[in-house]
Design a binder for this molecule. Structure first.
Ligand code: 13P
Ligand code: SF4
Length: 379
């Protein structure tokens, strides 16, 4: 980006807040120059963080790209006044929790949520904990709540306040080990699949795991089973990753000899068992990067990332295809459009912080404790 670009595409803001409606009618291909010019003008005042599932038209403007862990670290270490988070709501909330008081976090479209995070609401989690206490599953050698990053700030705070922490898909195993050193049992929220995959890889048999269904009385589990379980898995899932099936792996094995199957650990246990490797989005990229020329991969994760990997690695002699031929899209990540990004940046230039994400101070305190414990573990 340079000054020339600025001259070619002047930022059309003169102090007044620009309405989003004016942007949404503009074609995608007119956005590039405006975003670049606005980005240039904001300089070090702003940082754009982009999750790997963002579309190309958006992620190409990110100063930092990464998985949830890497982006939370980038947010914690950033010195920019504005952090523009091209990702989903829980990621922007996390950035706000880790930010300094003088920093402001912006989510270009407030509708960019995460259906999995929405599957655990604080009232339900509090009810669950009370039932676990009544059943005698919290006493004895103890139970600690541990939440996946894909959860609301108040769920993170709930865990922090009870001696627990946050994990991402890249450090779930380390977080589980940390927790089991302090308690005999874990309540894992909200992704049953990541919880099951991680616990199983640590040698915990499926028979020692129970699923808590927040829509059933007492989670649909007897007090005896709750007391005997090593892990209570919240009945949540990612609608994108749950679509991958063991049959998809079988098809790849049949039709593409030698192709490696790499999936995100939000996939079902049956799929993960058949895969060659599991990993966070960053780890999946790293694995393909390190593979020798001639390697081929069927990847079980969001389609924008898979398509980008396919394009990036084809000239290097590596083949990347999607595990499921129909390709799974994260519709909420997709909500961050170039128009939303341009609108956000141009408003910042005009002095208007639109779509600011602000976590309340009382929630922030314990959520920060839970996140700091995760950052201490690393990944
Ligand atoms: P990563 O931390 O692996 O990027 O995963 C985030 C996510 O939401 C996957 O669905
Ligand atoms: Fe949430 Fe799934 Fe989208 Fe990740 S891919 S943000 S878990 S809905």
């Amino acid at each position: 980006m340079n000054g020339l670009l600025l001259e070619q595409a002047p930022v059309e803001t003169a102090g007044a807040a620009c309405s989003l409606d004016h942007y949404l009618v503009l074609p995608d291909d007119t956005m590039d120059a405006r975003i670049a010019a606005a980005r240039e003008r904001l300089g070090t005042d702003a940082v754009i963080l982009g999750h790997h599932y963002q579309r190309d038209e958006v992620i190409r403007f990110a100063d930092f790209t990464g998985d949830s862990y890497k982006l939370s670290k980038a947010a914690a270490e950033s010195s920019a006044k504005y952090m523009v988070f091209c990702g989903v709501h829980f990621m922007a909330e996390t950035a706000d929790i880790l930010a300094q008081p003088w920093q402001q976090v912006v989510l270009p479209d407030l509708n960019a949520g995460c259906s999995m995070a929405d599957m655990a609401e604080i009232g339900q989690v509090e009810d669950c904990w009370e039932s676990l206490e009544r059943a005698g599953a919290v006493a004895g050698d103890g139970m600690i709540p541990l939440t996946y990053m894909n959860s609301a700030a108040n769920i993170k705070a709930f865990c922090g306040e009870r001696g627990g922490l946050v994990c991402t898909s890249s450090n779930a195993r380390a977080a589980f080990e940390w927790t089991y050193r302090r308690a005999g049992r874990i309540l894992f929220l909200p992704d049953q699949h990541l919880g099951r995959n991680t616990a199983f890889a640590m040698g915990i048999p499926l028979s020692e795991m129970v699923v808590w269904d927040p829509y059933q009385i007492n989670g649909g589990v007897t007090p005896e089973r709750l007391r005997a379980a090593r892990i209570v898995l919240w009945k949540g899932h990612c609608s994108v990753h749950q679509r991958f099936l063991p049959e998809h792996v079988d098809r790849i094995r049949r039709e593409h000899k030698g192709m490696q199957v790499v999936v995100h650990p939000e996939c079902r246990w049956e799929v993960c068992q058949k895969a060659d490797a599991l990993g966070s989005t960053e780890r999946i990229i790293d694995l393909i990067e390190r593979a020798p020329e001639g390697s081929s991969f069927a990847v079980g994760t969001e389609i924008h990332l898979v398509n980008r990997l396919e394009k990036r690695f084809a000239p290097l002699g590596k083949r990347v295809v999607t595990l499921d031929e129909s390709g799974c899209l994260c519709t909420t990540m997709y909500r961050i459009s170039p128009q939303h990004l341009a609108w956000t940046l141009e408003n910042l230039i005009a002095g208007h912080v639109v779509n600011r994400i602000r976590v309340e101070n009382d929630v922030k305190h314990w959520a920060r404790v839970a996140l700091d414990r995760m950052l201490e573990i690393g990944n």
